[in-house]
Write a protein that binds this ligand. Sequence first.
Ligand SMILES: CC(C)(COP(=O)(O)OP(=O)(O)OC[C@H]1O[C@@H](n2cnc3c(N)ncnc32)[C@H](O)[C@@H]1OP(=O)(O)O)[C@@H](O)C(=O)NCCC(=O)NCCS
Length: 151
Amino acid sequence: MSKISAVFRPMRPSDAEVIAGLDREIFGSSIGKDALINEIRLNPLAHYFVLQEQETLEILGHIGLWIDEENAQILNFYVKPPQQGKGYGKLIIESTIEYLYLHGVKNATLEVRPSNKTAFALYTKYGFKVVTTRDNYYDNGEEAYLMLKKL
Ligand SMILES: CC(C)(COP(=O)(O)OP(=O)(O)OC[C@H]1O[C@@H](n2cnc3c(N)ncnc32)[C@H](O)[C@@H]1OP(=O)(O)O)[C@@H](O)C(=O)NCCC(=O)NCCS
């Protein structure tokens, strides 16, 4: 793995345009810049982060969660395509798990496509387990795995 000099920090309103662009590039859609800013500013459940390269300030990745007392839901998670496969995904998940521990979260859930082998392998590595499947979850009719990690 290449040397990592990146910081995991809360997302700021000034990141929203970049994040909305990456959402669209990676998933084909985004809630959009304004909705992201509203989430950060107004939604007490929203805990959004970015991974940022320390020298170039490039946004390398993003994770968005809702935390409601002991329950956290991972809504959005990715590493920018040219930066994938360098360990940044692991860094984001490790940083997130540490954050969840500090917040007293007991259960963390997420949905993932069974065909997304990279994400599935990553989640499994960090202790997420398949609880059930959700039929017709994605636009193309693909089912989702609901995965849970007990902290
Ligand atoms: C899933 C994603 C976040 C992983 O981030 P990443 O920075 O590429 O992953 P890392 O380099 O940290 O690798 C983490 C682990 O993923 C798995 N992995 C990485 N590349 C893989 C590949 N090509 N095939 C299978 N597993 C792979 C491995 O378990 C790896 O751990 P290891 O190196 O100890 O074996 C990233 O690929 C991504 O953004 N994908 C597109 C968006 C997405 O699918 N998001 C998740 C939606 S649920």
